[in-house]
Design a protein around this ligand. Sequence first.
Ligand code: SF4
Ligand code: SF4
Length: 383
Amino acid sequence: MTPLMNDGFDGEPAKRVLHYMQGAKQKGKPIAGIYCGYAPIELVQAMGIVPAVLCAFSKVPIASAETVLPANLCPLIKSSYGFILEGTCPFFSMSEAVIAETTCDGKKKMFELAAEVKPMHVMDLPQLPDEAEALENWTVMIRKLQRFLEKTFGRKASDQDIETAIQESNRKNRLMRKVFDFAAMHPPVINWQEMYDVGFLALPSTFKDMDAIIEKVLAGLENRVAQGIHYGTQRSPRVLVTGSPVGGDALKIFKIIDACGGLVVAPDACTGIKGFLGEIEENTPDPVAAMAKRYLEIPCACMTPNGQRLAALSRMIDKFKPDAVVDFVLTACHSYNVESYKIGQHVNDHHGLPFLKIESDYSDNDEGQIRTKIEAMFEMVAR
Ligand code: SF4
Ligand code: SF4
């Protein structure tokens, strides 16, 4: 397969993003660290600040984190904090401040500790998205973030700057969705690693920077279609993977599905397709409120009730036509773990598809067990 991004970094998304960040820094752009899909990156970009997704997906720094944090905590939180303690996340080192949100208990308590190392602005995320006050409260939180960024970075953004960033972000996300369309094909023309690589760079990058890159990726995909190049066969089991964010050492779930002969056609977590769905309404009298509305629609399991996740999942199933759904839940992530029951019911009852919950962490000692479960599921969907 010809690489979709011909820049020498294929399969090494962190190196590619580091290269991008170093270039931005050289051009005098400040960097703000982010951890979560709720960080309103359009506001950050409107202020000429580059949002950097911080390291959180390696098992290596977990031992250091456990000298402070309890061991029975989600690996994503332990890894994030371990990177901070060890000083090994280049994106954290480059960031002048960090934007955080009150998504889950473990994370928000870890942020208190991280605030001792770097200026940290924690946004109070409303978690009852259907309540009338939720939108107003989240809009206030985004405005407070704006003031924090103004003070910390000495930069300002007018409503027009924010509107421009929103429109650019919408355009970038539309282009990204075109990339994912190639995974909806039978058989798919793009694999999970390529989707992950493009998404990893696209998430923090401005539209201006990503435009040409995504266009090139799309041309490469069109070219594959023209030449009849694709992944797997018509008979390969197609899998939608939902649940906790997947990256770094957690990518084992995608690798095992691959190794069992499956095709991950829809990586639905925040590190996959979810970050590029939806549109922020354009040309409204209040672009910050428009942004708040879109972000509150993110179907994270920290929300309750989270009917929007079921609706989003149904749309995803209708589009990518998986043969099975895997719910990947990081150990000790209570919100995704409890919600998994409802997700399973929804997948079975509304879509008639097999559903498999995999609860795991960043270690590799359960790979054999996971493999056995995936193989058993594939036997059920064999065509
Ligand atoms: S799963 Fe939820 S908490 Fe985690 S990054 Fe996504 S939006 Fe944030
Ligand atoms: S995976 Fe779950 S527990 Fe871990 S940081 Fe995300 S929401 Fe919190």
